[in-house]
Design a protein around this ligand. Structure first.
Ligand code: ADP
Length: 305
């Protein structure tokens, strides 16, 4: 549906994308997860046809942007990071302007405005000026404007940065509803929780390279451990720490010990040892394998460094 083939993009000497290949399938909710500066916005702009690659190509419906018709390009809607709205105009006036840019006739535009305002939960604010909106409401209106021409693929570049929790949830609901209705979504974020919650497939990007690609299950299966238990280091846990070495990997740093059992070692063995040392279960934190842990494993850094 949307294919990125061996794309490299440089800004002067800086390689923002380094030979990236990615195939987005129809109907998927694809997450592009990476820290600031990873190359997410650059990739989204290329996928939207707003930037051209230095080498490689981006195909939409099997056709390169360079040779695509306007109709083919219009399959893609792009919600950029910076909100592009007229602040002194109302929500509805803004949508009228966007709709006219897309060439929608007045009757059709009227119906579409109702549709997108409803989906963005902004019907009751339609006549208010955009400058009176919260950041989250402006973001929702921006998404609504992008949806007026009913794109089949929606690109959302970090749509929840600086957004209040209520609007964030409204954005999630809206995007999930669109996706259920058949819209393919590509969603970039540096929040692991968002990728885990929303996305059917995730690409982890850093320094312009896709480091890992797959469903959440496939990705976390790349971690060399399945479970991890952490606990504070103190005289009480010191003996336990010594005994754990035969059951798995034990690492201590900054007063915290992390224990990862070997494959096949049940956690009940850990808890038996803990009980023998009379340490209550509340002393332990059970860490599930996460994308954050995978990112750390792949790069040696945290997602939000
Ligand atoms: P992300 O969206 O993941 O934060 P970007 O695609 O914005 O990453 O940036 C990738 C890299 O390219 C960063 O090092 C950034 O500083 C650089 N970059 C982005 N846009 C430009 C630009 N217009 N000119 C020069 N460097 C840029």
């Amino acid at each position: 549906m949307l294919s990125v083939r061996s794309v490299t993009k440089k800004y002067g000497d800086l390689v923002a994308l380094n030979d990236v290949t990615l195939d987005i399938k129809p109907g998927e909710f694809f997450g592009l997860l990476g820290p600031n500066g990873a190359g997410k916005s650059t990739l989204m702009s290329l996928a939207a046809g707003l930037k051209t690659p230095d080498s490689g190509e981006v195909l939409i419906g099997g056709k390169s942007y360079a040779t695509s018709s306007d109709e083919n390009r219009r399959q893609v809607g792009f919600v950029p990071q910076t909100v592009a709205l007229y602040e002194d105009l109302s929500a509805e006036q803004n949508l009228k302007i966007f709709g006219q840019l897309y060439g929608l006739g007045s009757a059709e535009l009227k119906a579409r405005i109702e549709e997108v305002l409803g989906a963005a939960r902004l019907l009751d604010r339609r006549n208010d000026k955009v400058k009176t909106f919260s950041g989250g409401m402006q973001r929702r209106l921006n998404i609504a404007a992008t949806l007026l021409h009913r794109p089949k693929i929606l690109l959302c570049d970090e749509p929840t940065v600086g957004v209040d929790p209520q609007s964030r949830n409204a954005i999630f609901d809206h995007l999930q509803e669109l996706n259920r209705g058949g819209v393919t979504i590509i969603y970039s974020t540096h929040y692991m929780e968002e990728a885990e919650r929303l996305c059917s497939r995730i690409g982890i990007i850093d320094h312009g390279k896709i480091l890992a690609l797959g469903t959440l299950d496939v990705l976390v299966a790349q971690l060399p451990f399945e479970e991890e238990i952490s606990f504070a280091q103190n005289p009480q846990t010191d003996r336990l720490r010594a005994e754990l070495a035969s059951l798995g990997q034990v690492q201590s740093a900054d007063g915290i010990t992390r224990f990862r059992p070997k494959v096949g070692v049940p956690l009940s063995q850990f808890y038996q040892l803990a009980e023998a040392q009379r340490i209550a279960p509340r002393a332990f934190t059970h860490n599930r394998p996460t994308l954050e842990a995978l990112f750390l494993h792949l790069t040696g850094r945290n997602l939000r460094d």
